[in-house]
Design a protein around this ligand. Structure first.
Ligand SMILES: NC(=O)c1ccc[n+]([C@@H]2O[C@H](COP(=O)([O-])OP(=O)(O)OC[C@H]3O[C@@H](n4cnc5c(N)ncnc54)[C@H](OP(=O)(O)O)[C@@H]3O)[C@@H](O)[C@H]2O)c1
Length: 319
């Protein structure tokens, strides 16, 4: 399996399994995934299934299928735990849910802060601004979690070049990873290039177009990645599926990728995408599909009265 070497020297399996929305299938999906060969699991406190992920991994360890050292476990700090004194308890809650004593990677889920008692905002007063909860303060508390041995690597998610630069300039420990939405409709070439140039690993989320995300995040006229004729045509050339083309493309760009599936056949199909090599012509054709389209658009952080706007969230003009 291809691995990505992080600046700490740790090696993260490039292909991982997403766990958002796996719901009641989480336990069987993780058990099946381990049998297939997956060793990297992407979790978050907010996915509300860390207990099942942890139980599945611990059962596989107990049964001698894997050991903890061969598993890569990522989790994420939720937005309502950005204040310095809430960061370590946030990580400890994930560790308790997972039944583990360390994480391989812990990410700041979003560059957005909520008041401690708010899980999802429904009014402007539910937020803390970045002046009230500066990202660098949250980061410094994450650095202390490394010192305390609770996680081996720390990183961020949904960060722009601007926010990464600000953090890099002030951090003691540089971010090791930026997990962002990436697929042919949202290629973010400049951001990927910046990260890789700074030895910040990039993980591609929603690589298949996240069709099972909640209805409120869907747009009426959204493009369907898995059905795009160009992707299907390339799949035809390689006698593989559209999903496999999307995963192979992400791996060939030098990113890590975490497609979610809770279905045994699709888990296997996605895992086997590692064996596909796209040609230069395939890569060029896929390169032409970019339309800067976000499935996870972030508008839920910019409701009326919020201190965040789409422009300040992504640090880019919004068309
Ligand atoms: N950091 C962040 O803010 C953030 C945001 C979003 C996602 N993520 C992470 O990234 C992971 C992946 O993203 P995602 O869950 O949004 O979406 P995704 O992986 O792009 O898509 C998941 C959807 O694709 C289906 N699927 C999986 N394999 C398939 C295949 N071979 N053929 C056809 N359909 C297939 C799944 O259905 P079945 O399960 O039925 O197969 C599910 O409906 C998440 O689970 C999460 O771990 C992180």
């Amino acid at each position: 399996m291809k691995k990505i070497t992080l600046r700490s020297g740790d090696q993260m399996p490039a292909l991982g399994l997403g766990t958002w929305k796996a719901d009641e299938s989480t336990y069987p999906a993780i058990r099946e995934a381990i049998k297939i060969g997956y060793r990297h699991f992407d979790c978050a406190l907010r996915y509300e299934n860390e207990k099942e992920v942890g139980r599945a991994i611990r059962d596989a360890i107990k049964e001698g299928q894997v050991d903890r050292q061969s598993i890569w476990l990522t989790s994420k700090l939720w937005n309502n735990a950005h204040l310095s004194h809430d960061v370590r308890p946030g990580l400890e809650e994930s560790l308790m849910n997972l039944g583990m004593d360390y994480l391989d990677l812990y990410l700041m889920h979003w560059p957005v802060a909520l008041k401690p008692d708010v899980i999802f905002p429904d009014k402007g007063s539910d937020f803390l601004s970045l002046e009230q909860a500066p990202l660098i303060d949250t980061w410094r508390a994450l650095e202390e979690c490394i010192d305390a041995g609770l996680c081996r690597n720390i990183g961020v998610s949904n960060f722009s070049i601007k926010k990464l630069k600000d953090l890099r300039n002030r951090a003691r420990i540089a971010p090791t990873c930026n997990q962002i939405e990436l697929h042919p409709f949202l290629q973010q070439k400049e951001l990927v290039e910046y990260c890789l140039g700074e030895r910040i690993a990039v993980t591609a989320y929603s690589p298949l177009g996240s069709k099972d995300r909640p209805a409120r995040l869907h747009q009426d006229d959204e493009p369907i990645l898995l059905q795009h004729p160009e992707i299907r045509s390339i799949a035809g050339i390689h006698d593989c599926t559209a999903a496999q083309v999307l995963i192979a493309w992400a791996l060939q760009r030098g990113t890590s990728v975490i497609p979610k599936s809770a279905n045994p056949n699709r888990l296997r199909e996605n895992y086997q995408a590692q064996n596909i090599t796209l040609s230069e012509d395939d890569m060029r054709r896929i390169g032409n599909l970019d339309r800067h389209y976000r499935y996870i658009h972030g508008a839920f952080w910019t409701i009326d009265g919020s201190p965040y706007t789409l422009t300040t969230l992504w640090d880019e003009p919004i068309s």
